[in-house]
Design a protein around this ligand. Sequence first.
Ligand code: ADP
Ligand code: MG
Length: 178
Amino acid sequence: MNTQYTRAVLALGSNLGERNDTLSEAVADLVDRPEVRLLVVSPVVQTKAVGGPAGQPDFLNMVISVETTLEPLELLRHCQAVENKHHRVREVHWGPRTLDVDIIVYGDLVSTDPALTLPHPRAAERAFVLYPWSLVEPAATLNGQRVGELAAKAADYPDLTPFDGFGDFDGMPTAGAV
Ligand code: ADP
Ligand code: MG
């Protein structure tokens, strides 16, 4: 059995149902076993849903860092089990997602396996992953570049807003806004 801990970054997203509750429960579920230790939790950001049916709710996204003794494919299965636990609503193809959990990096492992590609093949262009990651691990790099620099260059960067727990708002929230 593998007893070495490897650091991994996981990206979580939700745009259906009680999105913030889902993310909170998913973080708890992901680290609810001794093989996965929580290291870092990012703030939650809000992102416009790109592609799929029009008018779907905005995504909430965040990243966590963990250290784990699970092998890469075991960690993927664990992430998928947590996704499945929260997939209680009928799914539309490319439509709203109750929960998506992706492995962004697993140590410095590089894999081209379609079942688990590492680093995650689209992470370097997704500000909704890179930006929250940069907030908590500013020195982190992906493909040799700082994740914050990659975030600022990503096409979806202008669509990100901080999520303040009060839901959608137009401009800055006023005191006591709900
Ligand atoms: P997506 O996350 O691209 O919206 P899914 O969550 O449905 O789509 O994942 C589709 C497949 O992507 C999974 O079955 C999984 O095997 C594969 N996959 C490949 N690389 C990764 C990765 N780094 N993290 C998570 N899933 C991955
Ligand atoms: Mg996924």
